[in-house]
Design a protein. Structure first.
Length: 429
């Protein structure tokens, strides 16, 4: 599961800043080795991280491994599951030497001088950045420079309920996006004015529109040339429009609204056996198993004219060094360990996350962790991944996409939705 963030300041700033924000001085540490125990003076590196609970224990285990692997730096970890606490501390010059966040935050942190530009560190150490998955690395960039390194990758697969497909007499899986849409329509059931079964992966609402767009071979452009009315997104909206016309905006809308409000609960439509196809991440796998759903997973197929499979959006968890860090060299050394070295392999093994480097995606210790891991690692390796352009206005652009989908769901035509969307995008540019 992704890191959970609290909505408010979860503990006193005074306590946090007093405990962790002071500029660290070198500490004397006992280091065990085969030759015995020796005293060495290390530079302390403060690492504040968003993970909490059991995940925090995993992070502390990795920190301990790193500290034992060398004798120059001593990383001190502090679970701080609140972005605002961290950003406030950094802005006041009292923050950590290294911390974590999500790839979508890079433009904001770079523009506001919160995250350190890493280009010189990368050049100095001659780091091979091609080791990273292309789309994962792109999320760490702003205006051509790199400001963070990915520690894990999130992508999406197509889950399908085998029992519901068997009941509908469908004996094969969809090989193209068009086949997926037709099977979705064929397995949607209407009882009077109520939808009793949804075939399409419209729940959750926020994954399928972008992924369908990429599977059609389109994208949403670049910050200097956004393309909200691209052909792939237009066709995706037309598919939803066709379902609204066939099953009714109220019946379809009520089912989707209920499904979104009950995600990952016993009332979740995929978990209670009333949704045939579902686009979701690795976290759904164990939930569906525990719910007793007879399901399988597969990469999302491309459209007939595009081909391929494994089409997905991509998001990353990342590490960055604040510009106010007092120990940037130590933070950079630890960052490399966590994002590229043995620390990243340990992180992915213990947490079950997808690694951001191409080599680890083929590592059998990682791939064999679970059937889900194998499928999702394969999707990342195929590299048919897309993401919204990294921009200071990505959040507003994403909202315009969601609003267009909602407009069609409420009964407007695709053309009406795209007209409104283009106006909204024009206003934020």
């Amino acid at each position: 599961m992704k890191k959970m963030l609290s909505l408010g300041l979860s503990f006193s700033m005074a306590v946090m800043l007093g405990a962790c924000g002071a500029k660290a001085t070198p500490t004397t540490t006992s280091v065990s080795s085969e030759g015995g125990t020796k005293q060495t003076q290390r530079e302390t590196v403060n690492f504040w991280y968003l993970w909490g609970g059991e995940e925090a224990k995993i992070i502390e285990e990795i920190i301990s491994k790193y500290n034992s692997s060398q004798d120059k730096y001593e990383v001190v970890g502090t679970s701080t599951p609140d972005q605002q606490v961290i950003i406030t501390a950094i802005s006041g010059g009292q923050g950590p030497d290294i911390t974590d966040d999500f790839g979508g935050s890079v433009p904001k942190y770079a523009n506001e001088n919160i995250a350190q530009n890493l280009d010189e560190y990368i050049k100095k150490d001659n780091v091979d950045m091609t080791a990273f998955v292309d789309a994962a690395l792109e999320q760490q960039k702003y205006e051509g420079s790199i400001y963070s390194l990915p520690i894990s990758v999130n992508v999406f697969a197509l889950y399908y309920n085998k029992d519901l497909l068997d009941k509908a007499g469908i004996t094969k899986t969809p090989q193209t996006l068009e086949e997926l849409m037709q099977m979705s329509e064929d397995t949607t059931l209407l009882d009077g004015e109520s939808l009793t079964q949804l075939g399409a992966p419209f729940v959750p609402t926020n994954y399928w529109p972008n992924i369908f767009t990429y599977a059609y071979g389109s994208d949403f452009g670049q910050p200097s040339n956004w393309t909200p009315d691209n052909e792939g997104f237009k066709k995706s909206l037309e598919f939803m429009e066709s379902q609204v016309k066939k099953f009714g905006k109220d019946a379809l809308g009520n089912f989707i609204t209920s499904g979104n409000s009950n995600l990952n609960t016993p009332q979740d439509p995929f978990l209670n056996g009333t949704q045939v196809f579902r686009i979701d991440g690795p976290w759904l796998y164990n939930m569906a198993k525990d719910a007793g759903v007879n399901f399988e997973m597969m990469p999302i197929p491309g459209a007939e004219n595009v081909g391929g499979e494994g089409w997905s959006t991509v998001d990353t968890s990342m590490l960055y060094i604040p510009t106010t860090s007092a120990h940037k060299d130590g933070a950079w050394d630890f960052m490399k360990y966590m994002c590229m070295g043995e620390g990243n392999k340990l992180f992915c093994k213990l947490k079950g996350d997808l690694p951001p480097t191409k080599a680890l995606l083929e590592d059998q210790e990682i791939v064999s962790l679970s059937p889900a891991q194998s499928v999702f690692s394969g999707i990342v390796a195929k590299n048919n991944l897309g993401a919204l352009p990294q921009s200071l206005h990505t959040v507003e652009y994403s909202k315009a996409i969601k609003d267009a989908v909602e407009t069609v769901l409420l009964g407007d035509s695709t053309e009406q939705a795209l007209t409104k969307m283009k106006e909204a995008v024009s206003a934020i540019k």
